[in-house]
Design a protein around this ligand. Sequence first.
Ligand SMILES: Cc1ncc(COP(=O)(O)O)c(C=O)c1O
Length: 461
Amino acid sequence: MEDEKHIEEFKKKTPKSQQLYIQASKHIAGGVESNVRIIDPYPIYMTHGKGQFIYDVDGNEYIDLLLGMGSIILGHNDPEIRQAVIDRVTKGGDVLGAPSDLAVEYAEKVKKPFPSMDLIRFCNSGTEATMNLIRIARAYTGKDCIAKAEGAYHGGHDYALHALHLTEDLLDGDPRNPPCLPYGSGIPKYITEELIKVFPFNDINATAEILEKNQDKLAAVIVEPVMGGGGLIIPKNDFLKDLRRVTEKLGIVLIFDEVLVGFRIAYGGGQEKYDVKADLTALSKIAGGGFQLACLGGKREIMEIVLPSTQGTAAEVTAGMTSAVQVGTYNGHPTGLAAGSKAIEILGRPGTYEYLEKISAMLFGGLRDQLEDKKIVGTVNNVGPLGQIYFDCDKADTWRETFALSEEKWNKFFYGGISKGVYFGIPHPDERFFLSKAHTEEDIQRVLDITDELLNEIKKG
Ligand SMILES: Cc1ncc(COP(=O)(O)O)c(C=O)c1O
């Protein structure tokens, strides 16, 4: 499947990773910590990151466009974030299990770029954040169903693992009324059949019909402002504004999953970029400054549903049945709060997003020019420092349009990048790559020189 020449180069370059993979596979399922890290012929085991680079166990340096799956935007091991974490760890950085001063400082900082969040809470991952928000929306509305976009990823819990990573042959013919299929096994049938509705991102008429038909059942619509599933699908024709209007009219809570795009496509994420206010918002990745932290929040009247209630019978109140429970030993961990708080502060300084836009235009615009000059059929989608290249796909405005992409050509691109010293993001053609403030214009030019060679090879076949 993969390009043999580049796989050979890959193996020559990474013998210690191959060794470690054999060892790791004895103890860790698949030798990796998470399914997305599985790649052929084996994963490259990394030791650390510094600035715009990551280093593997063989000592190879890569220009890093994976950036902690999008969690790093200031560069790895940013000196100010590192110092904030060291200070916290020196003072006492382990878990307290009690509220901390840092949580208050963080809350004040995060609400400036995300003013739709009147009240927030903390947890540890994007998965937990969307899972908690779905429960909060259910408790608030008294309804059980949620609607999600076909192809969208919202984390690894049972409600989110639907209608994604599917192939064309598994789908029925009607893109305006997508089926709900589970992603993977182990998900209760009841959830799939009764609790999840699926809508087509960027088709507001079809989406509105689905929401109207299920209005009485739907607690929430969960959506990424820019859809990461399928690579990168950019909202078109005011899709998000219309979705806001329709959900408001139907009394359905609108959840923006800003885990990937918050602090990335703009300081205030998708809500700032597209001028839309969500009812509830999930943040993680950059919001934790490269450490484990997630933050969920939204309208006061909705978020207050997490507070222990005095309503209901004494037994119901004691059993916590009248409020939505939001808990976790590690919620608001001191190191995550210290790192996230510092990251938000640094990102708020003048010039940050202008610089990111500048290097993003250089990289993604450069890739577009190269495809055009070489007459290679393909598309490059990006919103600021977040983008993907699609081969054989001349347009990627909807998730189903991305089915046309060539996995083979993308593999040549990815593995070729590895052999030449660039790590092109999450190693799958329906994922994406990222830029950080630590990347210099020289780095971008080096990446473009490499892609020029790779695209010539792809053109030759
Ligand atoms: C949009 C979105 N939501 C949720 C998640 C899940 O976050 P985590 O991996 O921290 O659980 C991700 C992770 O990539 C994501 O991109």
